[in-house]
Design a protein around this ligand. Structure first.
Ligand SMILES: C[S@@+](CC[C@H](N)C(=O)[O-])C[C@H]1O[C@@H](n2cnc3c(N)ncnc32)[C@H](O)[C@@H]1O
Length: 199
């Protein structure tokens, strides 16, 4: 079994771990009742979010990923450049949203090159599901945006459909806020983007 899952086998432990993250130094200077941050889900090695945080020093940036080594590398990049407004945390997206204290609200959510799970029998593993979209909406500001990018045409069409069917999100036509290659964008230059706004 993965060392992480051995250490955090039960849900209460994992919930406590997420709550502890929100008590970390990253948030310590914010005394307001509602603390706002931007979130990248599946941040990989942190190339994109580290660069984004340099251009957006007025907002806290959080990157999450399932893979410990990627989080370690992301946090090393942050430390090497003494960045103060960004942090990377190992977590599964749905659990992170479920266990996040409710006074922390998400402004922008970035999902760049998510795992496409191409086989039909694996589509249920895709991140973009109705349940995920409504859980995300419960944790965002009212005018929050999702920025989604993929090279996988079927996952693009799937996401258009899920957002179209969603009661919490609508698709809008606006500009991508910050361009910087992620690891996967560098490998996969033919991609499509979708921007969605909370309803
Ligand atoms: C194809 S990689 C893309 C990484 C990065 N966004 C990029 O563009 O280079 C997808 C990443 O999403 C992470 N991931 C997949 N499902 C996730 C989930 N449910 N919660 C958090 N991270 C997830 C994977 O571990 C992986 O690092």
């Amino acid at each position: 079994m993965d060392i992480f899952l051995r250490k955090f086998q039960d849900k209460e432990n994992r919930k406590g771990r997420v709550e502890q993250f929100f008590k970390s130094d990253l948030f310590s200077s914010f005394k307001d009742e509602t603390v706002i941050f931007d979130l990248e889900i599946g941040c990989g090695h942190g190339h994109w979010l580290n660069a984004y945080s340099d251009s957006n020093t007025d907002i806290i940036c959080v990157g999450i990923d399932l893979i410990s080594k990627r989080i370690l590398r992301s946090n090393n990049k942050k430390l090497n450049n003494k960045r103060k407004n960004v942090s990377f945390f190992k977590a599964e997206a749905n659990e992170f949203l479920l266990y996040k204290p409710s006074n922390f609200k998400i402004r922008n959510t970035f999902i760049l090159f998510p795992d496409p799970w191409p086989k039909k029998k694996h589509h249920k593993r895709r991140l973009i599901q109705e349940s995920f979209l409504s859980l995300l909406r419960e944790n965002t500001l009212p005018d929050s945006l999702i920025f989604f990018r993929t090279d996988h045409l079927d996952y693009h069409d799937w996401t258009i459909q899920k957002l179209g069917d969603s009661k919490s999100w609508g698709i809008i036509d606006t500009i991508w806020p910050f361009e910087h290659e992620s690891y996967f964008q560098n490998l996969l230059p033919n991609y499509k983007s979708i921007i969605s706004q909370a309803l």
